[in-house]
Ligand binder design. Structure first.
Ligand code: PEP
Length: 253
């Protein structure tokens, strides 16, 4: 049985004060959610303060991105050591916005995922097809290729420490959610690929769905056999709404 994981990606939103206000409202609302993993990924400027606000709680801190190099001339970047330093236990890598807006390749994503694992930070590795790719019937081929390359540097004995996020690009921030059946179809395919890549160890990898997840659709998505969690953008910005997502089964998760 894989432990559900609900993660918030705030993207380029929230100041330090806003992140702290969120934490103060959110932590009491999820204090009893002890059967799920809860993760918040604020912008880099709020990592340190939010990490302090979450200390000792059941909510983990994540970076939205990371550079795979240890140090050096990489202006504007953060190394695995640096995000470990502020208390990150997860790092989102290969989000579609980074792949499309900043040209990040699956090879680069693979380097990031391997680099953070080396610092005992769990990568949340994102994959997903565009609208055009889905229309052209290429969804499985695109996701298969992204998985093959992005997970290529994960040692087999660390498979349990990675998380995969399936996020159809056409569903991110658009209000268009994949139906639970559409999401499950791709998750089942991802699960098969993970078994091919990691044998029995692949069964321990959690696969989240992302794309307009909201309090009113999370339960039916989570009810699907191969959906182990959610990566949430817009609906994670308010403490009330993200707490409802975390407590998707009425707090008995
Ligand atoms: C995301 O940013 O990964 C995401 C899924 O966003 P939203 O929930 O707003 O679609």
């Amino acid at each position: 049985m894989r432990r559900p994981i609900l993660a918030a990606n705030w993207k380029m939103q929230k100041t330090i004060a806003e992140a702290e206000t969120f934490a103060a409202a959110f932590l009491p609302l999820v204090a009893k959610a002890d059967a799920v993993d809860i993760v918040l990924a604020p912008p880099a400027t709020a990592l340190h303060a939010l990490g302090q606000a979450l200390a000792g709680s059941n909510v983990a801190l994540a970076s939205q991105n990371v550079n795979p190099n240890e140090k050096g001339a990489f202006t504007g970047e953060l190394s695995p050591d640096m995000i470990a330093d502020v208390g990150c236990r997860y790092a989102i890598v290969g989000h579609s916005e980074r792949r499309t807006l900043y040209g990040e390749s699956s090879e680069f994503v693979a380097d990031k995922a391997a680099a953070v694992l080396g610092r005992d930070i769990r990568p949340i590795i994102c994959v997903g097809e565009s609208d055009d790719e889905r229309e052209a019937g290429q969804t499985f081929a695109v996701i298969g290729e992204q998985l093959q390359v992005s997970l290529a540097k994960i040692p087999k004995d660390r498979a349990a420490d990675i998380v995969v996020a399936y996020e159809p690009i056409w569903a991110i921030g658009t209000g268009k959610t994949a139906t639970p059946e559409m999401a499950q179809e791709v998750h089942a395919m991802i699960r098969e690929r993970l078994r091919v890549m990691f044998a029995a160890d692949g069964d321990a990898i959690r696969v989240q769905y992302g794309g307009s997840v909201k309090p009113d659709n999370v339960a039916e998505l989570m009810a699907q056999a191969d959906i182990d969690g959610a990566l949430v953008g817009g609906a994670s910005l308010e403490a009330e709404s993200f707490s409802q997502i975390v407590n998707f089964d009425g707090g008995r998760a």
